[in-house]
Design a protein around this ligand. Structure first.
Ligand code: PAF
Length: 277
C-alpha cells in the first residue's frame, strides 16, 4: 500500500496503470461504514491490474464558513490509524493531501453548484455544504480518474447530488451506492454515534423505527412526523418522502420507488437516516 500526499506523486503512481481504478472518497476517522465501501470496491475488482484508491481529506469547503468553525477544526484526524485500517482492508493507494496541496490558491473561485438539490433537507441547515462536497469530489475525480466511485447510501442526499453531477457534467465515473450498515438495534452506523450515551442511543432508535414503520406502511407520513416529534428526547428536524433521483417531495402514499429520509437531534447530536420505500 502507498500513502501519497501530493498530486505529483499521485499522477506518477497512476501513470502506468492498465486496469480500472475504484475510488473510495473519505474524510478519515474511519468506521465500519467506510470499510463496507472498501469491501464493495474490492468485490468489484475483476483483474490483477485493477486498483482501489481511498482518499482522506477533510474538505474545508463543505464546512460552515469554509472551515473557519469548530466543527472543522475539531474534526477527528487519525491518519495513522486510518491508513492501517485501509491497508488491512486491501486498499492499494491512499491519497491524503493537505489543504494547501488541494487548494494552493486558497478557496477556489470556480465551484460546482449543487442547485436546489443541495439547498434543501440537509442543505437547509448547512448552506453551501453540497457545493463544497460536489467541488471536492469533482477535483478527486479529475486527479484520480476513477472508473468507479463508492458512496454510502447513508448520506442519501450526497449520493443523489454526486449522481446528478456525474450526469449533468458528463463525468465518466460509475457511481456505486453501498447499503447502510446498521447496529443490531437498527441504528445506522455513523461517526457521530460515538457521542451518544446509552440512553441517547436508545432514544435515537425512534428514527430508524419510524422509517421502518413508513416503509412497511404501518403508518402514513403525517403520523410518522407526529410520532417522531413526540418521541422521548428527540428533536425532529425533518422527515420527508422524496424521489431518490431528484429529491423532490412525493405525496403520500408513494406509487413509485421513493426514499424516506429524516434528521433528528438527540442529546445534542444530529443524526440522519433513510430507507427505500
Ligand atoms: O462523505 C464524505 O466523507 C465526504 O462528504 C466526501 C464525499 C469524502 C467529500 O469530502
Amino acid at each position: 500500500m502507498k500513502l501519497i500526499k501530493t498530486k505529483a506523486e499521485l499522477v506518477d503512481a497512476l501513470a502506468d496503470l492498465r486496469g480500472h481504478i475504484a475510488l473510495v472518497p473519505t474524510m478519515g476517522a474511519l468506521h465500519d461504514g467506510h470499510l463496507s465501501l472498501v469491501a464493495a470496491a474490492r468485490a468489484d475488482i475483476s483483474s490483477a491490474d485493477d486498483m482501489v484508491v481511498a482518499s482522506i481529506f477533510v474538505n474545508p469547503l463543505q464546512f460552515a464558513q469554509l472551515g473557519d468553525c469548530d466543527d472543522y477544526r475539531n474534526y477527528p484526524r487519525t491518519l495513522d490509524a486510518d491508513a492501517q485500517l485501509l491497508e488491512s482492508a486491501g486498499v492499494d493507494i491512499i491519497f491524503a493531501p493537505d489543504v494547501a496541496e488541494m487548494y494552493p490558491q486558497g478557496t477556489p473561485e470556480v465551484w460546482v453548484r449543487s442547485g436546489e438539490m443541495g439547498s434543501q433537507l440537509e442543505g437547509a441547515s448547512r448552506p453551501g455544504h453540497f457545493d463544497g462536497v460536489a467541488t471536492v469530489v469533482a477535483k478527486l475525480f479529475s486527479l484520480i480518474r476513477p472508473n468507479r466511485a463508492y458512496f454510502g447510501q447513508k448520506d442519501a442526499q450526497q449520493l443523489a447530488v454526486i449522481k446528478r453531477m456525474v450526469h449533468d457534467l458528463d463525468l465518466r465515473v460509475d457511481i456505486r451506492a453501498v447499503p447502510i450498515i446498521r447496529g443490531a438495534d437498527g441504528l445506522a452506523e455513523s461517526s457521530r454515534n460515538q457521542h451518544l450515551g446509552a440512553t441517547d442511543r436508545q432514544n435515537a432508535l425512534a428514527l430508524s423505527a419510524t422509517l421502518a414503520a413508513l416503509r412497511d406502511r404501518r403508518i402514513d407520513l403525517e403520523q410518522a412526523r407526529v410520532e417522531l416529534s413526540n418521541a422521548d428526547a428527540v428533536d425532529l428536524d425533518y422527515l420527508e418522502v422524496v424521489s431518490p433521483e431528484t429529491l423532490q417531495p412525493i405525496t403520500w402514499p408513494p406509487t413509485a420507488p421513493a426514499l424516506a429520509l429524516g434528521a433528528i437531534t438527540v442529546g445534542g447530536t444530529r443524526l440522519i437516516d433513510n430507507m427505500d420505500i
